[in-house]
Ligand binder design. Sequence first.
Ligand SMILES: [Zn+2]
Ligand SMILES: [Zn+2]
Length: 122
Amino acid sequence: MDASSACFSSESDFCSDCGSVLPPPGDQDTVTCRRCSHRTQVTEFLGKYVQTSVIINKLDTIALSNDADDTGALNGPLIDRRCSRCGFDKMVYHTRQMRSADEGQTVFYTCTQCRFQEKEDS
Ligand SMILES: [Zn+2]
Ligand SMILES: [Zn+2]
């Protein structure tokens, strides 16, 4: 079935269960997600663009909350503050100046245990 790989190789599609990128289809008529083992019919592949765009919006939201990892948030000063997710009482904080000076700065608190991040505008 060389035709199928040529047909699908330029597309990436996403698992409707977990949002992972699915592997390219092989000889079989289903594709199995590597992360959650959810199976997708190959015949559904081409009709799934609407659903794909919804998943991309979801990823944007997730990217915002993961921002702390990119900015090295755990390098900041350690304070006694209880994480509202896991209850650990040591968090690191750092501040970030917003675009306009009038808006003041935003304080980010990051849990050192689970990396949950909270934001406070000052
Ligand atoms: Zn999956
Ligand atoms: Zn935590």
